[in-house]
Design a binder for this molecule. Structure first.
Ligand code: ZN
Length: 150
């Protein structure tokens, strides 16, 4: 993901294992996209119908009827440094039979340049607040993301 920030040093997730990733995905077989968002949470698992133990999320394609699974790879998670103005990886997903097409982020956390911590509630990819300690405005804007294959 990438974004523009004001007086922030780090943007991160509160707890990647319990974070609710709201994601849309596309079937690799017939290209049908999930009509509704999927919710993928690292600590929530269910039985994988494709017989590979447990998985975070199962969805059935409305186009071809196949069942796909998505797991969040929490161990590759890393906070985003605000001093870098290019795409940085946040987290990974292990997708079987599908690929993610969209992430709808809501909640993030931010550390300001004066080390104050803010809970971020994004609205349309933007967030603005005021840091009393440093008497400066803080914010996130122009949030963009993409998925790349590993
Ligand atoms: Zn399909």
């Amino acid at each position: 993901m990438k974004f523009e920030t004001e007086n922030l040093s780090i943007v991160e997730l509160d707890d990647v294992a319990s974070y609710d990733f709201e994601i849309k995905a596309k079937c690799s077989n017939c290209q049908t996209e999930t009509p509704k968002s999927l919710h993928i949470v690292g600590v929530e698992t269910q039985e994988n119908p494709n017989g590979r133990g447990e998985t975070n999320c199962v969805w059935k394609c409305s186009g071809c009827g196949r069942q796909h699974s998505i797991d969040v790879i929490t161990k590759v998670y890393q906070p985003i440094s605000c001093s870098v103005e290019k795409y940085q990886p946040l987290v990974g997903f292990d997708c079987r039979g599908c690929e993610p097409s969209q992430w709808i982020p809501h909640e993030l956390a931010a550390i300001t340049t004066s080390d104050a911590r803010f809970e971020v509630a994004l609205q349309k990819g933007e967030w603005y607040d005021y840091d009393e300690d440093s008497e400066s405005s803080v914010g996130i804007s122009k949030l963009e993301h993409r998925f790349s294959k590993k």
